[in-house]
Ligand binder design. Structure first.
Ligand code: DX5
Ligand code: ZN
Length: 221
């Protein structure tokens, strides 16, 4: 069985109490904190930047997984690395030079990830597998929490799983958008091993109950 990782997205947390929120969700069993960065340009919403990453960093020991939904990408990468990010991923449409951006992330000491929107083809993976630590498949269109899971994402996850296995590389396969207790097992069965969940966790009063229920589902895969 793969080592599954649950990555709560703080997009649905109470931003007025963010330190407490991340501590609580890690105590409840989160493996990673997923940090959604939106710029009101690449996506139609505006969220949080490196200062907020730096502010939550001392509150948790787990990796911070920065999901950049910004364009351009490169200028902000060193800022997030300095702010304590461990993984930085970006969308291929938002970078003019994929290979350079991936290298820039690694040069700044972070793991590098590429993110695929529901309509983005996988050919962007073709020549950069050796520069990837993570591939993120979006199961909603980026920009907002609380949207419904797009089932076609399961086929895409399965395709990426085959590519990763063929490559023989140690690359995490993350899924993001609309993940709930009742569909996490399907995403795992398709081949995902890291699961972002925002509204499913922060929208509930008992984070541990949700994370435990997700793990129980994953144990059945
Ligand atoms: C969407 C973000 C997601 C989102 C997940 O653009 O990348 O991380 O916050 O939220 P839920 O789990 O509510 O779909
Ligand atoms: Zn995200």
């Amino acid at each position: 069985m793969p080592t599954y990782k649950i990555a709560p997205s703080i997009l649905s947390a109470d931003f007025a109490r963010l330190g407490e929120e991340v501590r609580n969700v890690v105590s409840a069993g989160a493996d990673v904190i997923h940090f959604d960065v939106m710029d009101n340009h690449y996506v139609p919403n505006l969220t949080i930047g490196p200062l907020v990453c730096q502010a939550i960093r001392p509150h948790v020991q787990v990796p911070i997984d920065v999901h950049l939904m910004v364009k351009p990408v490169d200028r902000i990468i060193p800022d997030f690395a300095k702010a304590g990010a461990n993984i930085i991923s970006f969308h291929p449409e938002a970078s003019e030079h994929l290979d350079r951006t991936l290298q820039l992330i690694r040069d700044n000491g972070c793991k590098a990830g590429l993110v695929f929107n529901p309509g983005t083809p996988l050919h962007f993976l073709d020549h950069v597998m050796d520069k990837l630590d993570l591939i993120l498949i979006m199961s909603v269109n980026p920009g907002f929490g609380g949207q419904s899971f797009i089932p076609e994402a399961l086929h895409k996850i399965a395709q990426v799983r085959r590519k990763i296995d063929e490559s023989g590389r140690d690359i995490l396969l993350e899924v993001d958008g609309g993940i709930k207790i009742d569909n996490i097992a399907a995403a795992a069965a398709a081949g995902a091993d890291m699961f972002v969940a925002g509204s499913a966790i922060f929208g509930q009063p008992d984070y541990k109950a949700v994370i435990d229920a997700m793990r129980a589902q994953l144990a059945s895969v």
